[in-house]
Design a protein around this ligand. Structure first.
Ligand SMILES: *[C@@H]1O[C@H](CO)[C@@H](O)[C@H](O)[C@H]1NC(C)=O
Ligand SMILES: *[C@@H]1O[C@H](CO)[C@@H](O)[C@H](O)[C@H]1NC(C)=O
Ligand SMILES: *[C@@H]1O[C@H](CO)[C@@H](O)[C@H](O)[C@H]1NC(C)=O
Ligand SMILES: *[C@@H]1O[C@H](CO)[C@@H](O)[C@H](O)[C@H]1NC(C)=O
Length: 472
């Protein structure tokens, strides 16, 4: 469980500092010291290479800028790498050099507290499934890619929290204030500094972490009708929503991020799960209306959850419960398969919880675009069942259990999957915020600073396509 050791690497003009928290647990110590040795070594190499590179850059000053050099030994993986860092030993088995410094700088606007921190008085705000807007902000604030000098920034992060406005009568987040709040933040930003106006926000990054992302409405038809507000259309949106076809709510530069699940809670669940047995075959707990048409006449989950309930609730192998309770993670950790059917939107926090707790996600949400699919090999760690085949789920799961179950479980237990889906307060190599930055480093062409041809401090990177993993 080394991934839970907080690892903080801060860089300050070439000086690296590795801070780790101490843990008396022996197992932790073991992985910990392994990690420590590994990082010490990696940092040493990076450090030497850094000087070696700067040396080369200095002597080659008049030669054309360094271009992309990115190779992959494994066609099913995607890599960002800088050639000079491509020591074979630095490349993990997946071909990803997670040890390297990310080649970008992010400036974070210091907005008046009404746009963000005021909302945190409600503790739910930083812990619920939409809380990646808060988590990303925190992690970036603590990160070494943060710059306090906007002139050297490649990207600008605009920290507006819009999912924290819980409706007192129904408890759900109300999004009606989202558009005016963001619009007013943009006005603030564009009046107080020249960076928005120079490219109309093209290198500005926002989080829209609720159902239909930048459309700011939980119901698809209304979200589509409303569309993405004009003032966001040129920017980069980090959103949980993603589908693999043209959709008005993703007609914008976007990065699909995972929904927020507290890493502390996952850690605690794993520690509590002492016996390690998976005695539940297939698990689902959550909203599952018997009559999917709710009072507004809208059909929840395209009726899929109702089908699941009707077909499998009396099947002994299926553990289906219609009411959420706080300790449900302890059930996930006891389960072999965890059903992740669509709700209002295709994505679900269950996906993150399942992967993090070692339960094979069974994705029932046609055409969903999964987070970081260029990094996480979803087809190797999950099952996808087409919505129309949901009635065959029993047979499908039995078949997998009899054939390739252990292979999928083994793939699932690669800690890098879990790491990529969790947001930590301090960025860890490979974690959810790190993946955002990795994705942004493939979008440097959108950066005004870069396109202006300001001193190329950074080597251009290119993403190798491959390993596009979600099978249909
Ligand atoms: C809050 O919930 C109530 C009851 O469901 C609903 O009538 C009302 O429109 C909601 N308010 C907002 C701002 O969404
Ligand atoms: C950016 O443009 C807006 C609208 O045209 C204007 O009100 C604002 O003052 C401009 N900002 C700066 C810093 O010049
Ligand atoms: C783990 O167990 C402790 C002690 O029983 C309990 O307080 C805590 O809530 C449990 N954690 C989770 C995530 O269930
Ligand atoms: C496991 O088997 C299922 C059903 O035959 C198949 O769809 C899936 O791709 C297999 N997964 C792996 C990782 O082998």
């Amino acid at each position: 469980m080394s991934e839970f050791n907080r690892l903080r690497i801060s860089k300050n003009r070439g000086f690296y500092n590795v801070k780790m928290n101490h843990n008396t647990n022996i197992n932790h110590k073991k992985s910990y010291s392994y990690l420590y040795r590994y990082f010490k070594w990696v940092l040493w190499i990076s450090f030497s290479l850094y000087f070696f590179t700067s040396f080369l850059l200095t002597i080659n000053n008049n030669i054309k800028p360094i271009t992309i050099i990115s190779t992959s030994t494994n066609p099913s993986s995607s890599v960002i790498s800088r050639a000079l860092f491509e020591e074979p030993q630095l490349i993990s088995s997946k071909g990803i050099t997670e040890s390297e410094t990310l080649p970008l700088k992010v400036y974070i606007y210091d907005l008046p507290s009404k746009y963000n921190s005021d909302w945190l008085t409600n503790r739910r705000c930083s812990n619920h499934l939409f809380a990646s807007e808060v988590a990303t902000h925190k992690a970036l604030m603590n990160s070494d890619v943060r710059t306090l000098n906007p002139n050297e920034a490649d990207f600008f992060f605009v920290p507006v929290y819009v999912s924290c406005n819980f409706n007192t009568s129904n408890g759900f987040p109300s999004l009606s204030h989202a558009r005016p709040l963001i619009q007013s933040a943009i006005q603030f930003v564009s009046e107080s500094a020249p960076f928005w106006n120079r490219s109309m926000g093209q290198d500005h990054v926002f989080v829209a972490s609720h159902d239909y992302g930048a459309c700011f409405h939980p119901l698809e038809d209304i979200a589509i009708e409303a569309g993405i507000p004009d003032f966001l259309k040129k920017s980069i949106i980090l959103q949980t929503f993603g589908v693999r076809f043209r959709h008005p709510c993703q007609e914008v530069e976007n990065i699909v991020i995972p929904p927020y699940v507290s890493p502390k809670k996952i850690h605690s669940t794993l520690q509590n799960a002492t016996h390690g047995k998976r005695d539940i075959f297939a698990f689902f707990r959550g909203k599952m209306e018997l009559h999917p048409k709710n009072i507004n006449g809208r059909i929840y989950s395209k009726g899929i959850r109702t089908k699941i309930w009707k077909k499998f609730s009396r099947n002994r192998k299926f553990y289906l419960k219609r009411h959420r309770y706080d300790g449900y993670q302890s059930e996930i950790v006891r389960s072999v398969f965890c059903l992740c059917p669509l709700g209002w939107a295709p994505w679900s926090p269950r996906l993150v919880e399942s992967v993090a707790l070692g339960c094979i996600p069974v994705i029932i949400a046609d055409n969903i675009r999964l987070p970081y699919s260029d990094k996480i090999q979803w087809s190797k760690i999950s099952l996808t069942i087409p919505e129309k085949d949901v009635h065959k789920m029993g047979t499908i799961l039995e078949h997998v259990a009899a054939t390739n179950l252990t292979r999928i479980q083994k793939n699932l237990w690669d800690p890098s999957n879990q790491r990529a889906l969790l947001f930590n307060e301090y960025i860890q190599q490979g974690d959810a915020t790190w993946q955002v930055l990795r994705s942004l480093s493939n979008m440097l062409h959108l950066s005004h600073r870069q396109s202006e041809g300001a001193q190329p401090n950074h080597v251009v990177t290119r993403e190798i396509e491959g390993g596009l993993v979600e099978d249909s």
